[in-house]
Write a protein that binds this ligand. Structure first.
Ligand code: SF4
Length: 459
C-alpha cells in the first residue's frame, strides 16, 4: 500500500499539485527534435535539467539520447546565458558535426529572459554556424504547459523553417503528434498503401527504434531532413494529428506559406483511423485499396468477436490530451465506459470533447485538465467509483497495486515495459494491438478471479 495515505474523501485544494499527470516542457521539445535527421538537441539551461530530460527519454525508449547543454553556472544564472550558447553552438558544430541544432529553453533561461532568436542571429553573424547548417529553437518554460506544450513548440519551430518556392511538390505534410516511433512508421506505411507521398515531421522512426548492429551512430538514419522541412511550404496540404501537439505548426504553415491545413484527432481506433484515411484520400485525390480495407475488416472482426468482454467495462485513464481523446472515442465505440479521465496538460477544450464523446453514458464522467488534474485526485476518484481497468503510463502502477486493478500501460513515460517503440497503436493494425492488450488484461483478471465452476478453457 504505497499510496495508503491517499484518502477517499476529496477536499478543497487551491495551489497544491500532488503527483502531476505530466512532465516538463523541454522533454517534449527534445523528443520532437530527435525526429529531425542529423539533429543534436540542445538544452539552454543548467546541466541538471538536461540530465533529467535525457534520462527520462532514455528510460522510455531504451536508447541512448544525445543532447548538449549550455551548462549554466552561477555567473550565467545572474548575467544570462548568451556567452554559453554562443560557445556551445561553435563547439557542437566543431566536435559533433550535426546538420542542425535544436535549442530549447528551460525554466532558468526563461526566467532570466534570454532572447534565443537574437543569440542565434549573433552566432550566425559571427560565423559560428557553418554554411548549410541550421540552428532552430523553441521557447519551453516549464512553469506553464507540459511536455506536450514543449513538443508542440518545437514542432512549430520546425514549421518555421518552411519556405514557399512557388512550385508545388505534390506531397502532403503529416504532423503525427507525440506518438511512438512505431506509430510514425505505421502512418508512413498507411500513406504508402494509399499511394500518397507525405512529409512526416517530426519522425523518430529509425532514430529511437533502430537495430543493434554493433555500430554507434551519433545520428541514426531516420528523421525528417531539413530539406524536407523546407519544402513543407510547397506541399498540397497539411494534416495535423492532435490539437495539442500538432495544430499550431499546421496553422503556422497555413499562414506563412498558404498550405491549407486540417486538424484531426490522432488515429487510434476505428473511427479516428477512418477519418485519417479519408482525409489523406481526399487531399491527395486517391482511392482506398484492398489492403487497407482488409486491415479495417480485421479490426471490425475482432471487435465483434470479443464484444462481450468489453461490454460496459469501466476504465480510468490518465495521460496526454490528444491520445486520451482518441482513446476515449475508441473505448466508447466498443461499448467500454470511460469513468475518470485526467491530463496534466491544460486546455478547456479537452473537458468539452471528453464530455461530448461520453454524452451517451448513464453517468457523468469525471474529467479534469491542467494543474489540479493530478494522480492524487485521480486515485481519489477511483476509490469512490472503482473501475475495471486503468489506462496510462507507468506511474499508474502504484494505484493499480493499491486498488488491485489491471493496468494497461499506454503513453509517456513507460519505464518498466518494452514494446511501445516497436509495435504501433495507431491505424487499424494498431487498433488490433490495443484490443489485444485490453483483452489480455481483462481476461487475465477474469481467469484469476472466476470461481472454479465458471473457470473456462475457451473464451
Ligand atoms: S521543471 Fe524547469 S527546472 Fe525543472 S527540470 Fe524542467 S526545465 Fe529544468
Amino acid at each position: 500500500m504505497l499510496l495508503r495515505h491517499t484518502p477517499k474523501e476529496i477536499g478543497e485544494r487551491g495551489a497544491l499539485t500532488i503527483n502531476p499527470a505530466k512532465t516538463c516542457q523541454p522533454i517534449g521539445a527534445m523528443y520532437a527534435a530527435l525526429g529531425i535527421h542529423g539533429c543534436l538537441p540542445h538544452s539552454h539551461g543548467s546541466q541538471g535539467c538536461c540530465a533529467y530530460h535525457r534520462s527520462t527519454l532514455t528510460r522510455h525508449y531504451k536508447e541512448p539520447i544525445s543532447a548538449a547543454t549550455s551548462s549554466f553556472t552561477e555567473g550565467s544564472s545572474v548575467f544570462g546565458g548568451q556567452a554559453n550558447l554562443l560557445q556551445a553552438i561553435e563547439t557542437i558544430f566543431t566536435v559533433y558535426d550535426p546538420e542542425v541544432i535544436a535549442v530549447h529553453t528551460t525554466c532558468l533561461s526563461e526566467t532570466i529572459g534570454d532572447d534565443l532568436p537574437q543569440i542565434i542571429d549573433k552566432a550566425d553573424k559571427a560565423g559560428k554556424i557553418p554554411p548549410g547548417r541550421r540552428v532552430i529553437y523553441a521557447n519551453t518554460p516549464s512553469y506553464v504547459g507540459s511536455h506536450v506544450t514543449g513538443f508542440s513548440n518545437m514542432v512549430k519551430g520546425m514549421a518555421a523553417t518552411a519556405r514557399k518556392s512557388g512550385q508545388k511538390n505534390g506531397k502532403v505534410n503529416v504532423i503525427p503528434g507525440w506518438v511512438e516511433p512505431a506509430d510514425m512508421e505505421e502512418i508512413k506505411r498507411l500513406a504508402a498503401l494509399l499511394g500518397v507521398e507525405i512529409i512526416l515531421f517530426p519522425d523518430t522512426s529509425g532514430v529511437l527504434n533502430g537495430p543493434l548492429d554493433g555500430q554507434f551512430q551519433m545520428y541514426p538514419p531516420g528523421g525528417v531532413t531539413m530539406d524536407e522541412l523546407k519544402s513543407t511550404g510547397d506541399s498540397t496540404g497539411t494534416l495535423a494529428l492532435g490539437e495539442w501537439c500538432s495544430a499550431e505548426a499546421a496553422r503556422l504553415l497555413d499562414t506563412s506559406c498558404k498550405v491549407p491545413c486540417r486538424v484531426l484527432e490522432m488515429p487510434y481506433g476505428l473511427k479516428a483511423t477512418d477519418r485519417f484515411v479519408d482525409a489523406l484520400r481526399t487531399i491527395a485525390g486517391v482511392s482506398v485499396g484492398d489492403e487497407i480495407n482488409h486491415e479495417r475488416g480485421q479490426l471490425v472482426d475482432m471487435i465483434s468477436d470479443m464484444h462481450q468482454y468489453f461490454y460496459h467495462k469501466q476504465v480510468a485513464m490518465a495521460g496526454d490530451p490528444d491520445q486520451l481523446i482518441a482513446l476515449c472515442e475508441f473505448l466508447v465505440s466498443i461499448d467500454m465506459w470511460p469513468r475518470h479521465v485526467v491530463t496534466g496538460t491544460p486546455g478547456r477544450a479537452f473537458e468539452e470533447r471528453i464530455r461530448q464523446i461520453t454524452a451517451g453514458l448513464p453517468y457523468q464522467v469525471n474529467v479534469k485538465a491542467g494543474a489540479g488534474a493530478d494522480l492524487f485526485l485521480f486515485h481519489q476518484w477511483i476509490k469512490n467509483d472503482p473501475v475495471d481497468l486503468l489506462l496510462g503510463n507507468t506511474y499508474l502502477k502504484y494505484i493499480a497495486r493499491d486498488e488491485d486493478i489491471p493496468l494497461l500501460r499506454f503513453g509517456f513515460p513507460i519505464l518498466d515495459r518494452v514494446g511501445h517503440q516497436y509495435f504501433p497503436s495507431v491505424g487499424y493494425k494498431g487498433g488490433l494491438r490495443l484490443l489485444e492488450k485490453i483483452l489480455g488484461a481483462l481476461l487475465d483478471r477474469k481467469d484469476r478471479d472466476d470461481p472454479e465452476q465458471s473457470f473456462e478453457l475457451v473464451m
